[in-house]
Ligand binder design. Structure first.
Ligand code: NDP
Length: 445
């Protein structure tokens, strides 16, 4: 319940009607910050709370392109430059038909705190487009990406705003956008992360979010006298985050038994064969249901929400926002789930989070547990500035250290504010304090 910060929430609701995801993300953070408003009145005096919920800049733009039939298509592009108190705006680009201002603003808002938690100097931003890469030819995707960057290039830069990938934006899309940026601006700089290894990308960026999720989860399990070894795990999604979370959890001794896409889920009691999944998703860009063609002992069920009915010790939602609702949370609890860590951004609804926390299930929100992707993006920026490439082992070791540090930070912060074990509060408060102190130091801007 909000008390001291209700006036901030009222203002956000008035200014941003019809933006449910953004309001959901802000309310969740403000609820955690009530204790900060009490303990640190200097932030109230300086108007930090009302400033941090208002993006510094919002850019909406037309993205016209020509499809393979010669027909003109028009999409809407977004870049939300939310907060630059601790560094250049940093956050991914999402290409998905559901993209709108509410979704990009919720993601940009969460990104502020996530980036602060990585300990690297990166502000928060997010962008994207309501373009659907699914079913498009490579040539169409290229023409779209070029048009998107023809406008975006004037708003970003290596010291200003450094976008990366997200849903629907992988190595192919980053390559096309980077090429267009270079052509227009005539400069080879690290303006995007997630680049190909041949032109400034970092080793381990592809794996970073999924691996980082598992490093943090393992650190938390260890802290509670447990580990991944011997655990049954359910991972939703089958994209970048899900694939590499599955890989690392398996390496750590767990058995991942399920994956999904937006149409349905697969269950393989012997443990997911990731070579099959990578061939379907990364090579052929096909549907997860084809898994059962290669592994006939596995089953496929239509409808992605049913994946949470599968009993597991650890659940890692890695698909999209609000994919795990109250009903799903109750089922997971009934089936004895021990830990839920988020690979996706805001995959659990507020009602689901209440159920999870009320039943003492270990739970870490995405802004802490999926920070590995942006952390390695930050390391990609460092390598670009140094004009050097670090080895996979070096980047992976830094990623592991960062994720363990994030867990220690959110755990200690929760304790300091009298909320031991509440990692939602720990993440929100720790992320907020770093940004708020920087804002305080820089005056009212
Ligand atoms: P991908 O595009 O690689 O994969 C997304 C996966 O989620 C696909 O399996 C997709 O299925 C599924 N999905 C997408 N939208 C929906 C939907 N509306 N309902 C059900 N399933 C859906 O994206 P990523 O793996 O990169 O991203 C997944 C999540 O992780 C997102 O929340 C993203 O913001 C977050 N994240 C990603 C980071 C990264 O480094 N990539 C970093 C931090 C967070 P289908 O193919 O059927 O659409």
């Amino acid at each position: 319940m909000l008390n001291k910060l209700q006036y901030v929430m009222d203002m956000v609701e008035k200014r941003n009607p019809n933006e449910p995801e953004f309001l959901q993300a802000v309310e969740e953070v403000l609820e955690s910050l009530e204790v900060v408003a009490t303990k640190n009145p200097e932030f109230l005096d300086a108007g930090i709370f009302e400033r941090i919920v208002e993006p510094e800049r919002q850019i909406f733009f037309r993205v016209p392109w020509v499809d393979d039939n010669g027909k003109v298509q028009v999409n809407r592009g977004f870049r939300i430059q939310f907060n630059s108190a601790i560094g250049p705006y940093k956050g991914g680009l999402r290409f998905h038909p559901s993209v709108n201002a509410s979704i990009i603003k919720f993601l940009g808002f969460e990104q502020i705190f996530k980036n602060a938690l990585t300990t690297l100097p990166m502000g928060g931003g997010k962008g994207g487009c309501d373009f659907d890469p699914k079913g498009k030819s490579d040539a169409e995707v290229m023409r779209f990406c070029q048009s998107f960057m023809s406008e975006l290039n004037r708003h970003i830069g290596q010291f200003t705003d450094v976008p990366a990938g997200d849903i629907g934006v992988g190595a192919r899309e980053i390559g096309f956008m980077y090429g267009q940026y270079k052509k227009i601006r005539n400069e080879s700089v690290g303006v995007l992360t997630g680049k190909g290894l041949q032109y400034g990308g970092s080793l381990a960026r592809t794996e970073a979010t999924g691996y980082g999720l598992c490093y943090l989860t393992e650190a938390m399990l260890n802290d509670h006298g447990s580990s991944f070894a011997g655990k049954t795990v359910v991972v939703s999604g089958s994209g970048n985050v899900a694939i590499y979370a599955t890989q690392k959890a398996t390496e750590m001794g767990a058995k991942v038994v399920a994956l999904s896409d937006s149409a349905g889920y697969i269950y393989d009691e012997n443990g997911i064969n990731l070579d099959v999944v990578k061939d379907i998703k990364e090579v052929r860009r096909a549907r997860i249901k084809e898994y059962v063609d290669a592994v006939p002992t596995a089953t496929y069920t239509e409808g992605c929400a049913g994946i949470w009915n599968i009993p597991c010790d650890v659940a890692m939602p890695c698909a999209t926002q609000n994919e795990l609702n109250e009903e799903a949370a109750k089922t997971l609890v009934k089936n004895g789930v021990k830990a839920i860590t988020e690979g996706a951004n805001m995959p659990c609804t507020p009602e689901a989070v209440s159920i999870i926390q009320a039943n003492n299930v270990l739970y870490v929100p995405g802004k802490a547990s999926n920070a590995g992707g942006v952390a390695v993006s930050g390391l990609e920026m460092s390598q670009n500035s140094l004009r050097l490439s670090w080895t996979f082992e070096d980047v992976d070791a830094r990623l592991k250290a960062i994720m363990e540090e994030i867990y220690a930070n959110i755990s200690t912060t929760a304790k300091e504010y009298g909320l031991e074990g509440d990692y939602v509060a720990g993440a929100n408060i720790a992320g907020f304090l770093k940004v708020a102190r920087a804002m305080l130091a820089q005056g009212v801007i």
